[in-house]
Write a protein that binds this ligand. Sequence first.
Ligand code: FES
Ligand SMILES: [Fe+2]
Length: 364
Amino acid sequence: MVRNTLPGHDYTEQSVFEVEKSTVFARSWFYAGLDQQVADAGQWITVDVAGESVIILRAGDGGLRAFFNVCRHRGSQICDGTAGRAEGVLMCPYHAWCYDFDGALVATPRVGQEEVDRSQLSLHPVHVEEWQGFLFVNLDRSTPMPLREWLAGQRDEPLNLERFDLGQLRLAVTTEAIVNANWKIIIENYCECLHCPTVHPELMDTVKAYRTGWVQEEGRDDGGVTLPPGGNSYSPLGLSTLTVMPTMNEVEANSIYGAMVFPNMFIDMAGTGLIASQLLPLGPHRTKVIAHYLFVADDLVRDDFDPSPVVDFSELVARQDFEVCERVQRGVSSSAFGQGVLAVKDEAVDVFVHRYLEARDGAR
Ligand code: FES
Ligand SMILES: [Fe+2]
């Protein structure tokens, strides 16, 4: 049976993006950053959930808190930029109202306590949970399913990666790219390897199984794809001088594992670390992609630590992907496009399309 892609307007129309904001992005666990970015009390990061700015903060009790980045006075954004540290309170830069790390309004300079009911003016909370060192937020005003359950329901079974203890890895390099393509086009591209032989010539030497056009390797049932002999990283021929994760056996260390976590995360891992990519939809035609490169903690303090084979290789492959995604964005904007077709090896694209439609239309 021939299956179809989404229609062109789902990738191009502002009205569809608006619906996605109030359905998909308002009710999903959204990959927001790394636990280690908010290691100490008062440290915060912000994340843009399809136009909704959210603050994630480490509270004094060691727990995580998340809030809409909106002051309850006259609506100013409170935290600027993507990361910072608050001393004791979160202070709004406009009229200096202060919130404690639980979001309670604790000071309103030049405004008497009898004027405003502070108890009714806490920051609006957002659900936040951590998994294996990764932070996820959920804007759902009611109670969403627990993050673990959400992850258990993912086609690519990210929970299988828990056996490697991903939380032990440390951030070494961060890259950012603006891609002129809809977020769904970037995910669909990630979900298939039919394009790999044409688009990624260098990758074909590192991951020979991808020459078949399948993302999985025949004969392996652990989700791994084999690197060349001696390979342990996502790099030319898989070679590096990096340290292998102590939680991996020899076969695992000589493999690549990948997972797409709906709706905005890719995990690409090899024996020596992983790349966590975060998709931040900026509009129907534009997506920011942030890649965090994590490695074994001991490696980061080594004098000869050199992540560049991994970073350069991964950025090359990512650029090749982004170029074709932008090409697709231009193509699906044509009145001639209508809908595309999905081949057998586009299977995971089909699964994504269904999950997306369920999240978007099932939620209305
Ligand atoms: S808007 Fe934040 S203190 Fe006035
Ligand atoms: Fe690709």
